[in-house]
Design a protein around this ligand. Structure first.
Ligand code: PCA
Length: 329
């Protein structure tokens, strides 16, 4: 009896506190920079994630996405979130490979080449990524893969020799290294700017997903897409740790729930988008198909070189991730 009275009193007090807080707590607006076009599936997933948080927190935290690099360009998003210029943001994980090789684990050629293996590799890598990001004042919320990476050209290519001297658009260290090892000339360009780069001849080829080629209508400049399935890089969503620490437990739970949902939904979008976008490239007039055996063999040899280099650069942390991934296969 007594106990239930106490419980009731505690509940009432709790409600009073919650109401007072509700009144006192002004709604916060979180601007969320994203690097890719609004129509891209990562951006669509991010927009739903934002809505989920706004609804779930009853408007206490309103998340507003800014796709296409409109608020911060891809290369600047992590720094912006780390320093609190933006509370939350999305970035290509392997874009940070120059800070720490471990960030490039998802761009090791031919290590994880299917959605299933990419998920296993992420499971193996997530604790280490969470820790590295935490040390950089960032909280990892969720991560979604891109579809498998293939090669785009404006001519038929059957061997590495055919690539010599081609201007190649890169998006991280691994792609620049791939260009060097195939005799191409790497130039780093954000996805938001590739249509123009191809139209003006600043770049003539790239490795990317069918999704990015489709989003940027590359058939206006390029002619061939070779399915190589070299790797499936990931985007991830991060929050500034100080901002995160200021969020109530209830709202943290809402955000974590929304993040889980977004990771699941985004991953399925990536799977479904794969064939859809390859068909879109075909409809745009491109020749789309698997790379020939000769080319694949040469690329695999280059992949081995890159794997050795990565393992050297990523040290014990990197090796532990790859070992855990292989054990899970
Ligand atoms: N699209 C991104 C990264 C990987 C992908 O498929 C890009 O090309 O920038």
């Amino acid at each position: 009896m007594i106990q239930s009275k106490i419980t009731k009193a505690a509940l009432m007090a709790g409600t009073a506190v919650a109401l007072a807080m509700g009144v006192a707590q002004a709604a916060e607006k979180w601007d969320m920079p994203m690097a890719y076009s609004a129509t891209n599936f990562h951006s669509a997933t991010g927009a739903e994630f934002a809505k989920c948080i706004t609804t779930g927190t009853g408007g206490e935290i309103e998340v507003v996405t800014h796709p296409s690099g409109a608020l911060f360009k891809g290369a600047d998003i992590k720094r912006a979130v780390q320093t609190g210029q933006a509370p939350i943001g999305e970035r290509l994980l392997s874009g940070h490979q120059n800070e720490n090789a471990v960030f490039g684990v998802d761009s090791i050629p031919f290590l994880a080449t299917s959605f299933e293996d990419a998920a296993k590799l992420w499971d193996a890598a997530k604790p280490t990524m969470t820790k590295i990001l935490d040390e950089q004042n960032l909280v990892l919320l969720y991560s979604v893969p891109w579809p498998p990476q293939g090669l785009y050209f404006k001519k038929e290519v059957n061997s590495v020799a055919d690539m010599k001297g081609i201007k190649f658009r890169s998006y991280n260290n691994a792609t620049s290294r791939l260009a060097e090892l195939t005799g191409m000339l790497p130039v780093t360009i954000e996805a938001a700017e590739i249509s123009q780069a191809f139209a003006t001849g600043v770049a003539e080829s790239m490795i990317s997903s069918g999704s990015t080629g489709y989003d940027r209508k590359v058939w206006e400049s390029l002619t061939h897409f070779y399915e190589v399935d070299a790797w499936l890089p990931r985007n991830y969503i991060m929050v500034n740790k100080d901002v995160w620490n200021g969020v109530s437990d209830a709202n943290k739970n809402v955000i974590k729930g929304c993040a889980e949902l977004a990771e699941y939904a985004g991953t399925w979008r990536a799977v479904e988008y794969t064939q859809f976008t390859l068909n879109g490239l075909r409809a745009g007039g491109m020749t789309v198909g698997p790379a020939g055996d000769g080319l694949v063999g040469e690329l695999r040899a280059i992949g081995e070189t890159m794997t050795t280099e990565w393992l050297e650069a990523a040290g014990d942390d990197g090796k532990a991730i790859v070992d855990a991934f292989k054990a899970a296969q």
